[in-house]
Design a binder for this molecule. Structure first.
Ligand SMILES: Cc1cc2nc3c(=O)[nH]c(=O)nc-3n(C[C@H](O)[C@H](O)[C@H](O)COP(=O)(O)OP(=O)(O)OC[C@H]3O[C@@H](n4cnc5c(N)ncnc54)[C@H](O)[C@@H]3O)c2cc1C
Length: 304
């Protein structure tokens, strides 16, 4: 508790890791606190998916990209503490430092960078048998030759259905609307696959090797024989500790200015939590820019 950091980075996804690298570059005394494991969504949500849109990393899987980032950051001297979840942040009385409380201890710092992403807890349907469903797809090979149902219409659902299609016997994709939200690239991949799309279809219950689905246009209910169910209908971010800090937010996103500074002096945010593109290149750029701004705030160099 006695040590005073220049910067505590909360979250070790692409934004937090990029920030850590920049903090090493600027010789800021820093630490990264991560509640699950480093790598963020790439490690927890899509370790086997091929990452697109990240320059120079063509054809690499989420976990491979994450490992490269983590190795780089550690080699430059950053310390990543995990699993350690930040549960409270308080501005100290003199208003120039903060105390962060985690499930393991307390940290004192002059500045904070919030890179907590928006993944949080998977959103549930609230249906019978839902505890049998999966909310992440780590390794499609685990489900080889099985019959699977994927629920959802966004990128996570479509990407999972396409990945499963490569190894499974049958894959259904049930979406409650008559069009998908996923980006065109993913919709094209879906068209090329053998995934059976069930439009206007809602999952009503999961039993052993069977599910009940309901068509919200025709009112028809039917049973499908499936071995595994995957639900990808979004997630609920854990925001209590951020909201309690009193910084300005818009919905579930933190409002930042062009320097990535929040409404509270000394507190910055970067990556998905700021609610912009929600892609890896954006998260990395924002993490870097935020620490550059923090360096200027803490050191006030002559060149700014
Ligand atoms: C299925 C899927 C596929 C995707 N595919 C691509 C792709 O191909 N290309 C692309 O560019 N983008 C892709 N994205 C988006 C990309 O993963 C995100 O934009 C990126 O991970 C955002 O980085 P981040 O660091 O802001 O957040 P995250 O990666 O979400 O990392 C946030 C980290 O903060 C930690 N954390 C949260 N709360 C706390 C707390 N209280 N204390 C400590 N730690 C905490 C979390 O555990 C997590 O590790 C995909 C996303 C998903 C879900």
């Amino acid at each position: 508790m006695s040590e005073l950091y220049d910067l505590v980075i909360v979250g070790a996804g692409p934004a937090g890791l990029s920030a850590a690298l920049t903090a090493s570059y600027f010789h800021l005394k820093h630490i990264v606190l991560e509640s699950i494991k480093p790598g963020g969504a790439l490690s927890h949500n899509y370790p086997s998916k091929i990452v697109d849109s990240y320059l120079g990393f063509r054809g690499m899987k989420g976990k491979e990209v994450a490992n490269k980032m983590i190795d780089h950051v550690k080699a430059e001297g950053s310390e990543i503490k995990y699993p350690e979840e930040v549960i409270e942040i308080k501005r100290n009385k003199e208003k120039k430092t903060f105390t962060l409380t985690t499930n393991k201890g307390k940290y004192q710092t002059k500045s904070i960078l919030l890179c907590t992403g928006t993944i949080g807890t998977p959103r549930k349907l609230g249906i019978e048998g839902e505890e049998k469903a999966h909310y992440v797809l780590c390794d499609p090979e685990e489900f080889k030759n099985k019959k699977c149902l994927v629920v959802g219409g966004g990128d996570s659902a479509v990407e999972a259905a396409v990945m499963l299609n490569k190894v499974c016997d049958t894959v259904f994709l049930a979406h409650r609307r008559d069009q998908l939200r996923a980006i065109n690239k993913n919709q094209e991949e879906l068209k090329k696959s053998n995934v059976k799309i069930l439009w206007n279809t809602e999952l009503k219950c999961i039993a052993d090797r069977k599910v009940k689905v309901w068509n919200n246009k025709t009112g028809e209910t039917k049973e499908l024989d499936v071995d595994e169910v995957f639900i990808f209908i979004g997630s609920i971010p854990k925001l209590d500790f951020i909201k309690n800090l009193g910084i300005k937010m818009e919905g579930n996103h933190i409002i930042v200015n062009s320097s990535m500074q929040t409404s509270l002096q000394g507190v910055y945010a970067a990556g998905d939590i700021t609610g912009k593109l929600k892609r890896i290149p954006e998260a990395i750029g924002e993490g870097h820019l935020a620490v550059y701004s923090i360096y200027k705030y803490l050191r006030n160099p002559y060149w700014t």
